[in-house]
Ligand binder design. Sequence first.
Ligand code: PFF
Ligand code: NA
Length: 447
Amino acid sequence: MTTQHQHWGSRLTFILAATGSAVGLGNIWKFPYMVGESGGAAFVLVYLLCIAAIGMPVLIAEWLLGRRGQKNAIDTMRDLAKENGRSSAWTLLGVSSVLVGAVILSFYSVIGGWSLYYTVQAGAGQFAEQDAAGISDLFEQMLASPATLLLAHTVFMAATVAIVARGLKGGIEASVRLLMPTLAGLILVLLAYAVSTGHFGEAFSYMFSFDLREISGGTVLAAMGQAFFTLSVGAGVMIAYGSYLGHETNLLSTARTVILFDTGFALAAGLIIFPIVFANGLETSEGPGLIFVTLPLAFAEMIGGTVIGLLFFLLLSFAALTSSISLLEPVVEFLSERSSLGRAVSTAVAGAVIWALGIAALLSFNVWSAPLPVIGMNVFDSLDVITSQYMLPLNGLFAALFVGWALKWQGVQDELGLSGGGAALWSILARLVAPVGVAVVFVAGFF
Ligand code: PFF
Ligand code: NA
C-alpha cells in the first residue's frame, strides 16, 4: 500500500470535481421529471428542505471521513472504527457505499447513452421542422431498439473508463474547468428562451406555489432520495473525493459552493423545461422521457436551434460524464489499493462488470419491460428506486451517525475549523436532524 496518498491540484480543482460530480443527469434529466411526476411545488419544497437539513451535513461528514482516511472508503471505515474503539461492523458502511455507487453507475450510463444519442441526432438536424408527435416518435424509436441503447451505453461507459483509467488528474481537472462554465452559459441561453415562450410565469408558480396538503409520504421519500442523488452522497463518491483532500480546504464553505451550484442547476432546468411543456400542451407527468420530448421541440423552433441543441446535448453528455467518472472512482480506488492489478486494469474490470449490469437496465425499455416478481418494477426502475430512495439515505444516515457520535468530537470540530455557533449548528444537524430526518421520512414513506 502506498504511504503518501495523492491530492487534488488545488482547492479550485476539488470544487470543480465535486461540482462536476454533483451537477449531472440528476439535475437536468431527473429533477424536472420527478417534479412533474409528483405534481410540482410540494416536491420542490421537500427537496430543498432535505438538501439543507440532511444532504449538507451528510456531504460534509463524507468529505471529513475521506480526508481522515486518505484511502478508499472501505478501508477508511475499517481503520477509523478501529482507531476510535468502535465495532468493525462499520466497515460495512464502506462496502455498502461503494457497491451502491457501482449500481447507480450501471443505469446512469444508460441515460448517459441517451444523451450521446441525442447529441448525434441534434447534430444531424433531426429536430428541425418536427412537431411534438415527431419528436416523441424519435424518442420511442430509440427506446424500442436494444441495439441502439447498447451501443450508446457502451460508448458512454467506455469514455468513463478511459478517463478514470488515466488517474485522478489526467484530463478530469482540465475538462471540468472548461465544461462547467460552458454548461452554465448554455443554461442561461435556454432560460432566456424559456422566458420568451410566454409560459414562464405558469412554470414558476407550478414549481413554487407550495400547497402543504399535496405532500404525501411517497412524495417525501422521493424528494429525499433525489436530494441524496443530486448531491452525490451515500455512494462512496464524496468519501473517495475527500480522500484526495489536504487539510487546507475548508469543508463548510466548499459544501456551500457545491450545493449552491447543484441547486441552481436543478431549479434552472425546471424553469427551462416546464414553460416548453406548457407552451406545447405536453404532459408534466411524462416521466424519464420529459427532457427528450420537450427540449428538442424548443430547438426545432428557436433561431440557431440546431447548433444550440447540439451544444446542449453535448454538454449534457459531459455533465453526465463528470458524474459517471466520480461514480467509478470509489470502486477503482478500492481495487487498485487492495490488489496488484494497477489502476488501468482495476478500472477496466470494474467498468466491465458495471457495463454488464447496465445491459439488464437498458432492456427494461424494450424486450424486458415486465415488472420483476416481488419488487413489482422493471430492472431499471428497481435499481433506481432501491439505490436512490433507500440505499443512499441509509448510507448517509450512518455516515452522519458515525461522524456525529462515533468519532472523537474534539477532533471533528478541529477538522471543520468550527467554534461557537457554527459548531453548534453543524453538530445539531449531523448528530440529530439528519439521522432523525432520514428515519422520519422512511416511516412516512410507508403511508
Ligand atoms: N449527482 C449526480 C447527478 O445529479 O447527476 C449523480 C450521482 C453521482 C449520484 C454520484 C450519486 C453519486 F455518488
Ligand atoms: Na446533481
